[in-house]
Design a protein around this ligand. Structure first.
Ligand code: NAP
Length: 316
């Protein structure tokens, strides 16, 4: 069993920024990064699934999500953070120190004086027939991961936010056509992303369309939709579907213990303080409003400073 003063769970921009700050405060944090095989809590978080990042200050030329995360990881290690590519199976938030299990053993693997929860969020699904069955068989939540397999296909991207626009633009590199399927008649995405999709000749729009069913026996062969203004149903003739309709926070480790917002995100008070003394939250697991790499990194910094001061106040 290892004891640490600060255990950081998650290795997106929040977790790794917390690790850089806690490392520089000589707290020798342990970071549990997540599992490489997972599409929901993989090391590096959601940025591992994105393409160019153009709005992270300090990088006037875009860099990719994985590149940014690799830099953050190296920076955290430089200041003494110990990173482990694995998953926390269970967290006991009632004991002091906190206890975390990385295996099924009876004994915990790690004890920690303070915990920073930076487990991020995962993709929301449409919850329509055919979706689960055809996931990875023509239906995907990650264009960066799977776009290459859709060369020459006609594709639907469901959603009207920045993620959907980003996915649609990326997919035009491979696809014959991309149809953005949105439940309203105006996009939620930022103006600059809207301009880019409207200017792209491969991108079409299915406005006011609600997805009803993913069609196909062993691969996607269409998307059945309903026009929300006329109630008419039709089938979009697509062989690929990318779902980009938002996210849900990864709170499974703490959902029975911690106060959550009505929408399931971790409730933080001032800074990163949660309803559990000594447990701090940062990044997308507690932020459903801004959800940017830079705000996530900022909240990781806040959590590390809060944790450092809290440890000091407790004489730990
Ligand atoms: P989002 O902004 O919450 O947009 C989700 C979209 O999906 C909305 O258009 C929403 O429709 C639609 N939607 C939600 N539930 C649906 C359902 N059940 N069926 C059909 N459509 C549904 O999520 P996001 O696009 O993932 O972006 C999240 C945050 O990350 C935002 O702050 C965004 O700016 C940021 N982001 C930024 C970039 C970038 O700067 N390049 C890239 C990606 C994400 P309604 O509009 O009708 O609600």
């Amino acid at each position: 069993m290892t004891h640490t003063r600060v255990l950081i769970i998650g290795s997106g921009p929040a977790g790794l920024t917390a690790a850089i700050y806690a490392g520089r405060a000589q707290l020798n944090p342990i970071v549990i990064e997540g599992e490489p095989s997972s599409t929901t809590d993989q090391p590096g978080g959601q940025l591992m699934l994105t393409t160019d990042i153009e709005n992270f200050p300090g990088f006037p030329e875009a860099l990719t999500g994985p590149e940014l995360m690799e830099r953050m990881r190296a920076q955290a290690e430089r200041f003494g953070a110990e990173l482990h590519v694995t998953k926390v199976q269970k967290l006991d938030t009632t004991s002091r120190p906190f206890r975390a299990w990385l295996t099924d053993d009876v004994e915990p693997s790690i004890t920690a004086d303070a915990v920073i929860l930076a487990t991020g969020a995962k993709s929301l699904m449409m919850n329509v027939p055919g979706e689960e069955r055809l996931l990875s068989h023509g239906l995907s939540t990650c264009a960066t991961c799977d776009g290459f397999f859709f060369r020459g296909h006609d594709i639907a991207v469901v959603g009207g936010g920045d993620s959907a626009m980003e996915e649609a633009l990326f997919l035009t590199r491979f696809a014959n056509s991309v149809t953005i399927v949105h439940r309203r008649d105006s996009l939620r995405a930022s103006k600059i992303m809207q301009e880019r999709v409207f200017a792209n000749e491969k991108i079409r729009f299915a406005w006011n369309c609600q997805a009803l069913e993913v069609l196909g026996s062993d691969r996607v062969s269409g998307l059945r939709v309903r026009d929300t203004s006329t109630s008419e149903e039709r089938v979009l003739d697509v062989t690929g579907i990318f779902v980009a309709i938002g996210h849900v926070p990864n709170t499974a480790l703490v959902q029975d213990d911690l106060e959550l917002e009505d929408n399931g995100y971790v409730r933080t008070g001032l800074g990163s303080f949660t309803s559990i003394d000594g447990l701090f939250a940062a990044g997308d697991v507690q932020d459903h409003v801004y959800r940017q790499a830079i705000t996530s990194a900022g909240s990781g910094c806040i959590a590390a400073i809060d944790a450092e001061r809290w440890l000091e106040s407790q004489g730990l």
